[in-house]
Each structure stands twice: as structure tokens, then as C-alpha cells.
Ligand binder design. Structure first.
Ligand code: NAD
Length: 445
């Protein structure tokens, strides 16, 4: 079946969720663009936006309209060419409105899973729950008229396991978008043991059309991105536990968050990132990965306790950050959750004391924002790490240890055959996590 024919009938499961809504947007635009090609003019394109939540689906169409408008405004020149035969469309706003109408006209919001029985492609972006995913995917497979291809967005479940448990016969591929899918350039692509070449080739064409950077990962729980992130976060928690004996928990957490942001020149500290992803999501991903790991226990009682206390991070549907390890005001951390006394402690009340204990930042320090988008990024990083390597302050020591651990994790992902090589690991961390440098680097001494 040709690429565009396969995309004539598609379903996104979990379409109103964080990931599903982005996947829906990207796919709707790809389908609308295909439908505008002269050779496809007589074909019908249908994209089912399936979710169990009526309420969430209600807000979805408004989100889509806004996002498609932004996309259309950026490609009016191309749209003019595609609508060259439409003499009635004169002004840009008419072309944009027509395009929004076309994209939205393809999308069918529904809570009925049966719509998926007629689809050739199913994007699955429901909760990270293996049993639920097995049930939903096998139900569609058994009832489908089409023998569809499944694209799962799972963050951690081995694709072969999903394939075999749901009896999909190799008609599945891991297509791991990063959050938010419409913005993040990276996709990790994971074949199951049985994924066919046809499905893989289709997935690569789809990724190329969406202008994504593809990093193949082997089919090992957590893949490359979460393989690094989960271990990196767990190391951060362990460092807090160690430092807490001297600093107390709240100050230790502040210190390690600062080390991982400022001293490692990352876009955010490890606890801010954990809040961003969601504490419960991280707890869950570790639990899914853990049974597959030998000689490692990816588990933290601090994460368990945070979830028990109902402090879970994650985001509101507006995109605003919910409080977690850190409390946020206009997106900026202002307090740390005191896990023993169950309340937030203002950072201002102790930051100066902890900063003094960590010592001064390297003289050549510049924030991630300045470094990452700088033409002289390499030179800035070299100067910074030269300074850092020569320092013996507590902050510098903690940072060097942290970097060493991040490097070990990167190498472990290669030696355990999750990632093909250094470049695969570094690309995931550079493009999926916006690190200024990959974990496998020459800055470490
Ligand atoms: N959030 C991230 O940062 C991120 C990044 C990459 C991958 N993922 C993965 O993407 C998937 C979805 O995660 P999310 O963060 O978008 O979750 P989410 O909770 O925001 O969305 C899940 C959606 O699925 C819907 N849903 C639940 N059960 C359903 C069912 N049986 N049928 C149809 N819809 C159902 C829910 O109503 C919800 O709208 C997970 O597998 C997750 O691991 C998440």
C-alpha cells in the first residue's frame, strides 16, 4: 500500500492527552497536506481522535484550531501554491481559514474505540500501563477489518513484549515522540523482534515528512532517553540522601538541583525536570523498567513518599507547571517541599547559606540559555569545564561526580546494547533533553 493510501484512515488513541494531542496535530497536518496533492484530490482522509474522556475531547478541537492557525501562518507561501486552482482565495487570511477548515474537517473526535477497526494506522498514546495497552491493542487487532500498523508512544515498555502480549504479529513499532510532540524534534524509533521492514520504512518516511530527527533505539525497557533520565534522576535523589545527613533534606535537594542546572549547564535542574515530567510518571516508568534490569534497582522511596503525599508535579492542561519537589511562581522555583514536615520552605530563606557552602561557580560560568544557542558553544563549554576541573569546592566536586555518573550511564546504554554508539546517546540528550553537550564528551577530566 502506498504511503498516502495508508494514511487515509488513522486513529490516535489517547488523542486528548499530553502526547496524543500533539501526535494528532502533526498527523492531521500531514494528512491535510497529502489531501491537497493533485493525485490525492479524490481521496478521503479520516483521522479519528479517540479518547475515553469526553471532557478532554471537548477542549481538543479548540487547541487544534489554534495550533493549525500558527502552522498555516508560517507556510502561507506553500499554501498559496497548493491552492493555486482556487481563484476565490485571494487574501492570506482566506487561505489560512480554508486550510484550518481542511485540517479540522479530517479530524473526528470520539470516545468509541470501534472507529479504530477501520484504520490502517493506530497511534497509541494512552497511559503507561502495560496491561491497559495490551488490552486495548489486542482488542483492536482482533476486531479490525484492516490488519493495522500500531505506533506506540510508550516511554518504557519493550515493544516486543507489547507485540507478543497483544498478539500483533509484528505489526507494531515504537515511535517515541518527546513532549511536546509538535515542538520537540526527536523521535526514538524502536523495532520489535518481529517488526517488518515495510512498517519500519513507512515509519521513517512519516518521521522525515514531520521533519523529525530519528534515533533508533534497541528494544530494551526505557530505551535511550528514559534509560538515561531515570538513572540520572535516581542518582540525583541518592546524592540528596547523602548530602541530607549534613545539610538536611530541603537544603540538600536545593543544592543538587542547583548543581545539575548551573554547574552542569543544563536547561533545568534534575528535580525541576522530574516535576516537569511528573513525579508519578517517573515512579511508574521506573517500575515498568525495573523487572527488565539485571543488577540494578530503579526505585526510590522518596518518589513513593512524594506520590503518597499527593505532591506529584506534572502540568495543568494550560501547560503551567504543577508543584512537586519545587513550588513554582510564574514558572520559577520559589520553594522546596519538605518531605518530613509536608510543607514548602521558601528558597530565599536558606539559598545564600547553601550557595556559600557549595562555593563560587567557575569564573567562566554562563547560564545554559547563553551557552546552548551561542555560535561559540564549544569554546564556552571548554573554558567552563577547564575552570570546573581545576576547582575543589564542594559544588565543583558534586558536579564532577554527577557528570561522571551521567557519562557512565551513557556508556552503559551502549554496552548493554540499548544505543548503537556515542552519537545515538548524545543526540537523544542534546535534542530530546536540550542538554548543551552529550553525556559522552571530552570535557570530563
Ligand atoms: N508526558 C510525557 O512527557 C511523555 C513523553 C513521551 C512519551 N510519553 C508516553 O506517552 C503515553 C501517553 O502519555 P501522556 O503523558 O500523554 O498521558 P496523558 O495522561 O496526558 O494522556 C493519556 C490520555 O489517554 C486517555 N486514555 C486513557 N485510557 C484510554 C483508553 N483506554 N482509550 C483511549 N484513551 C484513553 C486519557 O483520557 C488521556 O487523555 C504514555 O505511554 C507515556 O509513557 C509521555
Amino acid at each position: 500500500m502506498k504511503y498516502e493510501d495508508r494514511l487515509q484512515n488513522v486513529t490516535v488513541l489517547g488523542a486528548a492527552g499530553k502526547m496524543g494531542s500533539g501526535i494528532l496535530l502533526l498527523t492531521a497536518v500531514e494528512m491535510a497536506d497529502l489531501s491537497l496533492q493533485p493525485q490525492n484530490k479524490n481521496k478521503t482522509f479520516v483521522l479519528n481522535a479517540m479518547d475515553v474522556s469526553d471532557e478532554a475531547l471537548f477542549g481538543l478541537m479548540g487547541y487544534l484550531r489554534e495550533q493549525v492557525r500558527k502552522i498555516a501562518e508560517k507556510k502561507t507561501v506553500l499554501l498559496r501554491q497548493l491552492y493555486a486552482d482556487r481563484e476565490d482565495l485571494i487574501e492570506n487570511f482566506q487561505i489560512i481559514d480554508e486550510y484550518i477548515f481542511r485540517v479540522l474537517n479530517i479530524v473526528r473526535p470520539t470516545t468509541a474505540v470501534e472507529v479504530a477497526y477501520r484504520s490502517n494506522i493506530i497511534f497509541e498514546a494512552i497511559k503507561e500501563d502495560p496491561a491497559l495497552k495490551h488490552k486495548v491493542l489486542s482488542g483492536i487487532k482482533k476486531n479490525s477489518e484492516k490488519n493495522p500498523w500500531f505506533f506506540t508512544n510508550t516511554s518504557s515498555i519493550p515493544i516486543t513484549e507489547l507485540d507478543e502480549a497483544a498478539e500483533l504479529g509484528g505489526n507494531i513499532i515504537g515511535f517515541h515522540f518527546y513532549n511536546p510532540p509538535a515542538v520537540q524534534k526527536l523521535v526514538e524509533v524502536i523495532r520489535s523482534k518481529h517488526t517488518s521492514d515495510d512498517l519500519f520504512d513507512f515509519a521513517m518516511t512519516y518521521a522525515k515528512n514531520l521533519r523529525k530527527i530519528v534515533v533508533p533505539s534497541n528494544d530494551i525497557a526505557g530505551f535511550i532517553g528514559n534509560g538515561h533520565f531515570m538513572r540520572d534522576a535516581l542518582y540525583g535523589i541518592q546524592q540528596v540522601e547523602k548530602l541530607a545527613t549534613e545539610f538536611g533534606y530541603v537544603k540538600a535537594l536545593y543544592a543538587i538541583n542547583k548543581i545539575t542546572q548551573d554547574y552542569l549547564v543544563r536547561p533545568m535542574g534534575i528535580f525541576q525536570l522530574t516535576d516537569y515530567v511528573g513525579i508519578e510518571v517517573c515512579q511508574y516508568i521506573m517500575a515498568v523498567m525495573n523487572p527488565y534490569l539485571k543488577d540494578e534497582n530503579l526505585h526510590s522511596s522518596i518518589l513513593d513518599k512524594m506520590v503518597e503525599q499527593g505532591v506529584k508535579g506534572g502540568q495543568y492542561s494550560s501547560g503551567a507547571q504543577k508543584d512537586g519537589f519545587l513550588k513554582y511562581e510564574k514558572g520559577r522555583p520559589i520553594a522546596i517541599w519538605d518531605i518530613d514536615n509536608k510543607k514548602y520552605i521558601n528558597i530565599d530563606s536558606f539559598a545564600a547559606e547553601v550557595d556559600a557552602k557549595l562555593g563560587v561557580l567557575p569564573a567562566s560560568y554562563k547560564p545554559w540559555k547563553v551557552v546552548n544557542f551561542n555560535r561559540n558553544k564549544e569554546a564556552l563549554l571548554t573554558a567552563f569545564f577547564e575552570d570546573l576541573n581545576s576547582m575543589k569546592t564542594l559544588g565543583a566536586t558534586l558536579a564532577k561526580d554527577y557528570n561522571k555518573r551521567s557519562n557512565e550511564i551513557g556508556l552503559q546504554l551502549i554496552s548493554s546494547n540499548v544505543a548503537k554508539d556515542n552519537e545515538a546517546v548524545n543526540t537523544v540528550m542534546l535534542t530530546g533533553f536540550y542538554h548543551a553537550y552529550g553525556p559522552i564528551n571530552n570535557y570530563l577530566k
